[in-house]
Design a protein around this ligand. Structure first.
Ligand code: DX5
Ligand code: ZN
Length: 230
């Protein structure tokens, strides 16, 4: 079984929101694999961040993969906007997605050459409709905090789910990133990586550090040390 590569995804929500362009530059300087963009609508979760206009404005600033985490209700209404804006990966919260809309959404996203992901809140288990469709996904995002804000403490109660779902993905030999999101920093990324996952999102764990560029490579080497590979 081939090991999935370790990837680091800085979450730009934790940077100075008046200077997101600089946040992108820091991410590429640190060798990040993708930039994580948290879209929150004040309805799915109690915060309002940014939307497709911001994604579109950032697009020409960086060739990095735009990993767009949609924490919004009725996400199907906004898919066209995010595709036009330049999102590369559109990750939907399973709690907000109408399972009947999945197949049409997936065709739309894939016909544009883009990727689809599914996210689960800490308390949410993988629904059976999603388990049956894992082969169509590029990312399975497991939240280790409740959606809304950067800088929250990681919920270690999610670890058994990380183990279980990482095992499921490996057993099925799926070409699927398992992305862990919430409260990750240098101090705990090794513990998380031991449980599973291969993509590690970090907001405060990158942008809240005195040297965010170094923090990215530190996260990568600590995760890789546990997982093997680079
Ligand atoms: C939570 C978001 C996370 C968050 C991560 O709503 O999905 O991506 O910004 O930030 P940290 O790493 O600071 O918990
Ligand atoms: Zn996120």
């Amino acid at each position: 079984m081939t090991m999935r590569p370790t990837k680091i995804a800085p979450s730009i929500l934790a940077y100075d929101l008046s200077n997101l362009k600089e946040g992108l530059e820091i991410a590429s300087k640190g060798g990040a694999d993708q930039i994580h963009l948290d879209v929150i609508d004040g309805r799915f979760a109690p915060n309002i961040t940014f939307g497709p206009g911001t994604v579109k404005a950032l697009r020409p600033r960086s060739p990095m993969k735009f990993d767009t985490h949609l924490m919004i209700v009725d996400p199907q209404l906004y898919v066209d906007r995010f595709l036009e804006a330049g999102s590369d990966l559109l990750t939907f919260q399973a709690e907000a997605l109408d399972p009947d809309a999945f197949d049409a959404l997936r065709s739309k996203i894939h016909s544009r050459g883009k990727e689809m992901g599914l996210a689960l809140k800490p308390e949410t288990q993988l629904p059976s409709w999603a388990e049956d469709r894992l082969q169509f996904l590029s990312a399975l995002l497991l939240l280790t905090v409740n959606p809304g804000f950067s800088g929250q403490a990681m919920e270690v109660g999610v670890f058994p789910k990380i183990e279980r779902l990482s095992r499921l993905v490996a057993e099925r030999g799926l070409d699927l990133d398992v992305e862990i999101d919430g409260g990750i920093d240098e101090g705990n990324v090794g513990e998380v990586a031991k449980r599973g996952g291969n993509v590690f999102v970090a907001g405060a764990g990158v942008y809240g550090k005195p040297d965010p560029v170094r923090a990215i490579s530190e996260l990568r080497s600590r995760a890789a040390a546990v997982r093997g590979g680079s």
